[in-house]
Design a binder for this molecule. Structure first.
Ligand code: PLP
Length: 405
């Protein structure tokens, strides 16, 4: 078997680890490393590359737009940017969209907008923000404050004041916590990094109602779940969440950095020049590529395909589970799926499984403490799903010395 091309000792910071698989090129749902080894990609650059690699539409949008103009700044605009803004806002009852560069930035904008609204409507002191245990909202200081996992935030305090976290799905706790001093609540309709945890429909319903009655801005962080990943443009639609603001990023720019914070009229009406901005956000090149992504993804047949392929993937995971007692519950929606691994029962770690899968030519992810995460490009075929499951089975066999656990 060809060995993976691993680079160690780079000048990249230690926060990224100390050895890397060095990738050279990609086509469709496959990647090749520097040594020429081929991989089936079930990670999509952490749920980014929804159209796979070397997508013709994306490449031609880059060629076309880069010959015209690449960057304008927010002092000016361009046709791709205004067209994209129109398309994104028409996805719901939104009046405008702030375009930024990353998921964390999209959430920073959302936090600022929620506070602006609350302070101007409800007055001084109405600045509290709420998030849920298991959430991941990003690494800049505001989004980080709302990301409760201690290992991400503890070394960097003091963080943003007036931020609270409660357990998901506890309706009484939610009712006892909230009052009108809260400016905003941020929630992932399906927690991505936290372990593909979902929320109970009854909890979501109470959350919607309380936000409405207390005039709290409800923010759906759809950075990972949005734009087709779950088989719907927004996972919020699938779980009954009624957000005022939706944040998007990962797949939006087709691999280029681009994020969106979709806002309603009641917030847009309060915004004044200087309140928020971004030098790079929503430039002509990234916007032109995003229009290409939207053209493919914002299509009923395409989204139905994602749902069907996601259902097929989870059926296959359930079959695999029958042969390995170390595998537990399957989780997720659409093509953001996972399966729990009991490391003690298995006798190997998720990191070791990810390593062995890579040896076999399959790239997979982890999330939470014990979940193997599968997030292939949305253009994956059923045949390629079968191929991935066969590689995963071989990897499990190898780690259990050929025996089924
Ligand atoms: N929100 C969610 C739900 C995410 O999954 C992520 C990244 O994984 C972020 C925010 C942060 O996005 P970025 O890394 O682009 O800043």
């Amino acid at each position: 078997m060809q060995k993976s091309y691993i680079t160690s000792k780079t000048s990249l910071p230690k926060s990224f680890g100390d050895s890397f698989l060095e990738l050279e090129k990609g086509k469709g749902v496959f990647l090749w490393d520097k040594g020429g080894k081929k991989y089936l990609d079930f990670g999509s650059g952490i749920a980014v590359n929804s159209l796979g690699y070397s997508n013709k539409g994306i490449l031609s949008a880059i060629r076309r737009q880069s010959k015209k103009i690449i960057h304008t700044s927010n002092l000016y605009t361009s046709e791709p940017t205004t067209r994209l803004a129109k398309e994104l806002t028409s996805l719901g009852e939104f009046d405008a969209v702030h375009l930024g560069n990353s998921g964390t930035e999209a959430n920073e904008a959302a936090i600022k907008f929620a506070r602006l609204y609350s302070l101007s409507k409800k007055g001084k002191g109405h600045t509290k923000l709420l998030s849920f245990e298991g959430a991941f909202h990003g690494r800049t200081l505001g989004a980080l404050t709302l990301t409760p996992t201690p290992k991400y935030k503890d070394p960097f305090g003091p963080l943003l004041p007036d931020c609270y976290t409660i357990a998901p799905n506890d309706i009484e706790l939610l009712k006892n916590t909230l009052d009108d001093s809260f400016a905003g609540i941020i929630i992932e309709p399906l927690q991505g990094e936290g372990g593909l945890n979902s929320f109970d429909p009854a909890f979501i319903q109470v959350l919607n109602e309380l936000c409405k009655s207390l005039d709290i801005i409800l923010i759906a962080d759809e950075v990972q779940t949005g734009l087709g990943r779950t088989g719907s443009m927004f996972a919020s639609e699938l779980v009954g969440l009624k957000p005022d603001i939706i944040t998007l990023a990962k797949p939006l720019g087709g691999g280029l950095p681009l994020s969106a914070t979709l806002i309603p009229q009641k917030i847009n009406d309060l915004l004044k020049p200087g309140h928020h901005g971004s030098t790079f956000g929503g430039g002509p090149l990234t916007s032109a590529v995003a229009l290409e992504v939207m053209k493919v993804v914002n299509d009923k047949t395409f989204l139905k395909g994602v749902t069907d392929k996601g259902d097929y993937l989870v059926q296959q995971l359930d079959l695999l589970k029958q042969d390995y007692s170390c595998l537990g519950q399957t989780k997720g929606m659409g093509l953001l799926r996972g399966i729990e691994l009991d490391e003690t029962k298995a006798g190997f770690t998720i990191a070791e499984l990810i390593g062995e899968a890579r040896n076999q030519g399959l790239l997979i992810l982890r999330c939470g403490s014990n979940v193997i995460r599968l997030a292939p490009p949305l253009v994956i075929t059923v045949k390629e799903i079968d191929q991935a499951l066969a590689l995963l089975r071989t990897s499990l066999n190898n780690l259990t010395n050929g025996g089924l656990t």
